[in-house]
Design a protein around this ligand. Structure first.
Ligand code: PLP
Length: 200
């Protein structure tokens, strides 16, 4: 699935791509996203939150989005679940895994993933769909693939224990080919669709 990443893009740019048939859009900043979701509500698009999740934004995210990709702490999952309204479908979530081991990166360490998945799986407002990663940026395709393969192996390990996950959210404009080769089911593509993200 192609997720069009529309952060820093205008609502008109989103509408243009939606008119060309694109259905799923990714946003990283809550305020900016909710403004667009509101103006474009006539289009019935699907909205994915892909940015870092602050605790005090979980209610707004749970109310306005269909998917959240960057869950890496149980407390965030609990807050999203509690804020999801009974009339809404469960919020689809991916757990973010730190596949590069960089200290600066968010995401749960692969060794802690099983515990986090167990904590998220039974939350009533959420539907755990799979895993997401933002690997270390590199032009080295072999290194891109090693990192994407690690995420796929994490998913396979959870599924071997009955997790039933169907989503690997990995790959962006510069590395989507390697991600697809390693089994991505969602690629998150911004600049390759919209051009470089200049404000205004
Ligand atoms: C911005 C962003 C993307 C899209 O990146 P491009 O290089 O513009 O394709 C994908 N995923 C996340 C989490 C992002 O923040």
């Amino acid at each position: 699935m192609l997720l069009a990443v529309s952060k820093n893009c205008s609502a008109d740019a989103v509408r243009g791509l939606a008119n060309a048939g694109q259905q799923a859009f990714g946003e990283s900043y809550v305020q900016e996203a909710i403004a667009k979701i509101t103006v474009l509500s006539d289009l019935h698009l699907s909205w994915h939150f892909i940015g870092p999740i602050q605790r005090n934004k979980t209610a707004q995210i749970a109310a306005s989005f269909d998917w959240v990709h960057g869950v890496d702490r149980a407390i965030i999952a609990q807050r999203l679940s509690a804020a999801r309204q009974p009339g809404q479908q469960p919020l689809n979530v991916c757990l973010q895994v730190n596949v590069s081991g960089e200290a600066s990166k968010s995401g749960v360490a692969p060794a802690e993933l099983a515990d986090l998945a167990a904590a998220v799986r039974d939350l009533p407002g959420l539907r755990l769909r799979g895993l997401m990663a933002i690997p270390q940026a590199t032009a080295d395709v072999a290194l891109q693939r090693v990192q994407f393969a690690l995420l796929r192996q994490c998913l396979e390990r959870l599924n071997a224990h009955g997790a039933g996950l169907d989503t690997l959210s990995m790959g962006m404009s510069d590395d989507l080919e390697a991600a697809i080769a390693e089994g991505a089911t969602i690629v998150r593509v911004g600049t390759a669709l919209f051009g470089s993200r200049l404000k205004g």
